[in-house]
Design a protein around this ligand. Sequence first.
Ligand SMILES: Cc1ncc(COP(=O)(O)O)c(C=O)c1O
Length: 376
Amino acid sequence: MSVKMQVSFYGHQRQYHNLKADIDKAISDVLESGAYVMGPALERFEVELAEYFGTKYAIGLNSGTDALWLPLLAMGIGAGDEVITVPNTFFATAEAIWIAGAKAVFVDSDPKTNNIDVTKIEAAITPRTKAIFPVHLYGQCAEMDKIRAIADQYNLKVIEDCAQSIDAHGDTFKIGELSDGVGTSFIIQKNLGTFGDGGALVTNDEHIAREVKRLRNHGSLKRSMHSFGFNSRLDDLHAAILSVKLKHITAWSDRRREIAGMYTNALQGTNLKLPYELPGYRHVYHLYVVETRNNNRDAMISFLNAEGVDAKLHYPIAIHQQEGYPWGKEAQIVGSVANSEWNAANCVSLPMFPELTQDEIDYTIEKTLEWCKNNA
Ligand SMILES: Cc1ncc(COP(=O)(O)O)c(C=O)c1O
């Protein structure tokens, strides 16, 4: 038995210390430049991000949430329209639909991947359906090829919630290739995160790009000329930090996959349900989520936390199970969402960030196995 350790869930300061010289320089370059809002650092990052995704456009915004609802607005989706998504996601996915004024229609997730169950989508389509809104949960892409095929058949838009999955891809597709737009988040805890809040829309659609650009800046594309909009600009300081970090994203994802491999090898054969990788897909393990099978998730979290392993929950309450749902908003559940509810009731996220040390990984495995031996 090893000596007690503290294994934290995030490694933000470690990442900063590893990149300190480059990040400090990027920040000081912006500060010295005098251009802090809609300046050259933002422009540069947008070019780099579009290049990275292989899309025509990238627009920096001040959160991932805005990167999800502004494109809905740009597509003219709002009151009276329905958007199909899942209830097992971070709250902002559904919030984005409601901010746009549309109705959230929830279908179940696939029990293997926890992403939208593509076989459930068609039953939820009505004449009011305007878009499918898949979430690439935990770091693995939803089955975009199948989603695009359904969308084409029913003439629907597709928006990808990529807040957790930058650098992931499918077996035959890249993120952004099969949708009308991709919203991603740069809040610090994301795989590509700034020291604060941020987000971006990437798209190949000129109209959506132009509209979101206009909407993020008080409805203005030309100085002093406005139509109705908002303030949702990504600051140049954050853009400069993100330019530094973007260069490392592939290596960070590779390391996340390596850590996930160690967890999976060690935990195979226990009674925990482990993450499932679709063949040919690149899962980037924003989160490494296991599921308990005996309704004893809370006991597992308490044990790990008491042993110094900062395990967390993503997400313990499905959206339709939140208190007061749906808060006077339009919402509907189509069919059973039992898999999503199961996921919410049993999920446990183990520490996962690229800077985890081998000792921390080994200790996390040791304590998880100890819990399984005594409880699972
Ligand atoms: C799946 C998902 N969608 C949307 C968001 C919202 O992003 P933000 O916090 O940057 O608004 C997040 C993360 O916070 C998320 O995990």
